[in-house]
Ligand binder design. Structure first.
Ligand SMILES: CC(=O)SCCNC(=O)CCNC(=O)[C@H](O)C(C)(C)COP(=O)(O)OP(=O)(O)OC[C@H]1O[C@@H](n2cnc3c(N)ncnc32)[C@H](O)[C@@H]1OP(=O)(O)O
Ligand SMILES: O=C([O-])CC(=O)C(=O)O
Length: 377
């Protein structure tokens, strides 16, 4: 085997590790596109149409739209076995751990009813189940029964109904659609990359998605949504934001929802989510939370600016205010991120599998080589 040249990078920052045509993150300009279309032009398109575009690189035909809608609704109804499985899960378990654990236990379909291959069928099957697992886990946690989706209703109309036990308003569905479209895909983020590593061993799609969900959970990645809103709740009011930010920075505590590995400008998703949050946060408590977030963002920019640096809010910062206004408890935020991002994970699996190559980096060993004299005990 030819010797390969070693390159050292402990965090892979700036290292190109593969190719993709699914989405493009232009970090300097602050632009995000899915399949060559700017997200600003996708945010008002029906959610499942964007999902299809992300997966297959083309818009669905009328018959594909109908097939996808009914496929997702049909599989979003949990089977008796799936309800039993969910019933065994500790009600206190974080929804992200529940999802990571249950996705590989789902009984995968083996046919290809959508005509896009069995991997796509299985991926979309998992996507359909994820929202019902989230809603079901929440219902069981409240000692309520699991609700089934209603055929003919929109994806997030069903989700919010299954979650809350009451139908959402049209505006709430529109806002959730938009927020979920914005979270659907983001190139080689940590969760997607973990899924690609897992897929590279020829593991099946459910293993890959489970690996991605586990990776999304952490606070430096998807878990920042929960952490950012809980931070705003803990701060309590906009007047206390300055002190909180100064103390945090002095103690090297990261401000959740601020900063990004790739963006050197405002995250284009935060730019859309902030006015959405303003529109949705109408009661006094929500308004106070939002005002606190705004004050934290301003304080961060002042503190960083004083050191000649820049920092911007990322997608996680204002999203929590949107989810909060939809009545979603903070510990469900990241699972709802997974519910949207799963389409990105599937798209990467489908793109990567045909040109599969094992991903296996190299470590710099910091111990002593055996020839230096250590013997077995
Ligand atoms: C969906 C998503 O995953 S979006 C990201 C969600 N994560 C968060 O919001 C968590 C908070 N943010 C962070 O921890 C970081 O900004 C990350 C992890 C997102 C990006 O990190 P990196 O690209 O590795 O940047 P890094 O952490 O090296 O930051 C560079 C400098 O800015 C500082 N910095 C960056 N973000 C923050 C922050 N949120 N709070 C305080 N300081 C920060 C770092 O301390 C570092 O300072 P230094 O040069 O004096 O050491
Ligand atoms: O790309 C990243 O590193 C994190 C991110 O914004 C995302 O996954 O949406």
């Amino acid at each position: 085997m030819p010797e390969t040249q070693s390159v050292y990078s402990s965090d892979l920052a700036g290292v190109v590790v593969g190719e993709t045509a699914i989405s493009d993150v232009q970090g300097e300009a602050g632009v995000l596109s899915y399949r060559d279309i700017d997200i600003n032009d996708l945010v008002d398109v029906p959610f499942l149409h964007v999902a299809w575009l992300v997966l297959f690189g083309e818009w669905p035909t009328e018959s594909e739209k109908r097939a996808l809608k009914s496929f997702i609704c049909q599989h979003a109804a949990l089977t008796d076995n799936e309800k039993l499985l969910l019933g065994q899960v500790n009600r206190e378990l974080h929804p992200m751990l529940m999802l990571q654990g249950l996705v590989p236990l789902l009984e995968m379909p083996t046919e290809d009813t959508l005509g896009r291959g069995v991997d796509a069928e299985q991926g979309l099957f998992i996507a359909a189940k994820i929202s019902s697992l989230i809603a079901g886990h929440h219902r069981l946690g409240q000692n309520k029964s699991i609700l089934d989706p209603i055929p003919g209703k929109l994806r997030h109309e069903n989700f919010l109904t299954m979650f809350h036990g009451r139908a959402p308003t049209r505006e709430q569905v529109r806002m959730l659609d938009a927020a979920q479209i914005l979270q659907m895909e983001h190139s080689f983020n940590a969760g997607t990359f973990a899924g690609r590593v897992c897929a590279s061993t020829l593991a099946p799609i459910q293993s890959s998605i489970s690996a991605s969900i586990g990776t999304l959970f952490g606070k430096l990645h998807g878990g920042a949504d929960q952490a950012a809103l809980e931070m705003a709740i803990a701060i309590g009011s906009p007047e206390k934001a300055d002190e909180y930010v100064r103390n945090s920075l002095a103690n090297k505590v990261k401000i959740m929802g601020m900063g990004h590995r790739e963006y050197r400008a405002v995250d284009p998703r935060a730019k859309i989510l902030k006015p959405m949050a303003v529109e949705l946060c109408r009661d006094d408590e929500s308004k106070n939370l939002l005002a606190t977030l705004v004050a934290v963002e301003e304080a961060c920019q002042r503190e960083f600016g004083a050191k000649g640096k820049e920092i911007w809010a990322n997608v996680e910062f204002y999203k929590g205010a949107v989810f909060h206004s939809l009545g979603i408890p903070t510990h469900y935020f990241t699972a709802m991120f997974a519910q949207a991002r799963v389409y990105g994970y599937i798209a990467h699996f489908l793109e990567f599998r045909p040109q599969n190559k094992l991903i296996r980096p190299r470590a710099l060993y910091t111990g002593t080589p055996p020839e230096a004299g250590k013997t077995a005990a």
